[in-house]
Design a protein around this ligand. Structure first.
Ligand code: GUN
Length: 296
């Protein structure tokens, strides 16, 4: 039998914990509520949808948010100027620059210009490097969401063989590091293979995997004949067709249902877990910020 890893349900529980913490440590002490900045560029439909849901989730939980939306074709200098303002604004606890950026903008330059203390996405090399070295830092939300979903469902991963498909800086690379990390989050210690578009015969890896984490953006990429019986399938894909609101994951859900032991649904699996981890990182940034301000 295949069990569903319900991200909606767990995200709701974690939101309640975050809300309780905001109430106890911030609202009851009459401190300023956490504040997330969001910089959105251009008119990518998926990015607009993601940003709107992040704003809505902030509102529901008592986190203030401020959106700066720059138009299509905006200059890199303008984007850098807005990042600089967020870096310097003491009322913004943390912020994100929604990705992907338009082609004329230098992605690395943008990521490097974010103050690591406000980098609640965990994309700045200082945070990413600390994460890789098993040090305290902001970790990317999707990777945190996956680890938390596994941990809360009491799925032990140590000693298991994990195959990650997709090597993006947002998902594949960070989760491959964290899954193999020594004792990270009490889970980790998995043996990891990171596969990608240049890996020949990916099924040779996936067929042996105890855990498959797929983030390739190809609808229904993982099929029944590519997995081992009883494996755990984490689907990070969010794919939609033009003019169709229905979203599908990177896993052929109906096809593999029954063969896997656990699977994350799409929607309702990793998506809500990612969003709630951004809220959690924002709360951490806010609490860090309050501590710094109290010292001065
Ligand atoms: N685009 C897709 N996922 C993400 C994310 O987690 N953060 C940002 N900033 N952009 C994204």
């Amino acid at each position: 039998m295949t069990k569903l890893l319900n991200g909606n349900e767990l995200a709701l529980e974690i939101k309640k914990e975050i809300y309780d913490e905001i109430k106890k440590k911030i609202i009851n002490k009459k401190k300023r509520i956490p504040h997330l900045g969001i910089i959105l560029t251009g008119n990518n439909k998926s990015s607009i949808t993601y940003v709107n849901s992040k704003i809505k989730e902030c509102k529901n939980i008592g986190i203030q948010s401020s959106l700066v939306h720059l138009p299509v074709g905006c200059l890199e200098t303008k984007l850098l100027e807005e990042i600089h303002k967020m870096n310097k604004n003491p009322l913004i606890d943390g912020f994100i620059v929604q990705l992907p950026l338009e082609k004329h903008i230098n992605h690395n330059k943008i990521i490097m210009s974010i103050d690591p203390k406000k980098d609640v996405d965990g994309f700045h090399p200082e945070n990413f490097g600390k994460m890789a070295l098993n040090m305290k830092a902001f970790f990317p939300a999707t990777a945190l969401g996956i680890l938390t979903l596994l941990e809360k469902n009491k799925i032990q991963i140590y000693g298991k063989y994990t195959v990650v498909i997709g090597r993006s800086n947002i998902v594949g690379r960070p989760i491959s590091i964290l899954m193999s990390q020594k004792n990270n989050f009490k889970i980790g210690n998995s043996t990891v293979t990171l596969t990608h578009s240049y890996t020949p015969n990916i099924e040779n890896y996936t067929k042996k995997a105890d855990i498959i984490i797929v983030a390739v953006g190809i609808p229904k990429f993982i099929k029944k004949n590519m997995i081992k019986k009883g494996s755990i399938i984490i689907d990070v894909g969010i794919n939609s067709k033009k003019n169709d609101k229905k979203i599908v994951g990177d896993v052929d859900f109906d096809n593999i249902y029954g063969k896997a032991s656990y699977i994350t649904p799409v929607p309702g699996g990793i998506g809500p877990m990612t969003r709630v981890m951004l809220l959690k990182n924002t709360l951490i940034a806010a609490l860090n910020n309050r501590k710094i301000n109290e010292k001065n």
